[in-house]
Design a protein around this ligand. Sequence first.
Ligand code: SAM
Length: 233
Amino acid sequence: MLLCSSFNPEGLVSLKIITTSDGSHSLLNETLKESYHSVHGALQESLHVFIKKGLEFVSQDRDVPLRILEVGFGTGLNALLTLQHAVKHQQNIHFTTIELYPLPEDIWSALNYPTTLDLADEYREIHHASWGKDQLISNYFTLLKICDSIQDARLPINFFDLIYYDAFAPSKQPELWELPVLEKIFGLMKRGGTLATYCAKGQLKRDLKSLGMTVETLPGPPGKKEMVRAVKM
Ligand SMILES: C[S@@+](CC[C@H](N)C(=O)[O-])C[C@H]1O[C@@H](n2cnc3c(N)ncnc32)[C@H](O)[C@@H]1O
């Protein structure tokens, strides 16, 4: 069982808060030389890729909760925006998120998302929620944070309506974009389920198609030409 209290026990990775083009913060992992979001606008990217092209695409009136799986909890920005959407649209959402390297409080609490979105209490609750069990954050939003790798995490199959695939870029973490992990993700999705990601690499699209998904290339967020949305047939 992983202990989820420390991002960086050996002091090998350094993180720096950066301000992206839309004024919202992100983090730069200086070891990987990779940011957690687009430098052209973290908030704009999350809103466009995951909320507009993902959540709004699958949202529907229904009594049973919409089940979302996020790969890479990171700063919690996607979780916060999803909660905001759930409350605004009175849409029941169960949000499972996987993170191998949870951030320490001194980092996430310095980010400007809660003030920008006026959701300070909700942001704190999302981060303080225990790992490994369902937490009701609002009437419409239940959160399950899992501290594990997507490769090893035990997750229910044929279960999720929507996947936010938000791993670091293929150039930095190629193993998270290769067929074994994509096959696992495919198995976790319900038939008719949707996957949204900022990545639009040709190999990813070919792999998703080979698994039996219909793949759309959509306009990307500011600063990025394209993104991908795929539906399990
Ligand atoms: C692009 S960031 C995610 C940004 C996040 N969705 C947000 O809203 O801030 C990628 C995240 O994946 C995490 N990660 C890296 N390897 C992982 C793995 N094997 N399984 C799960 N998460 C992983 C990283 O620690 C990082 O937090």
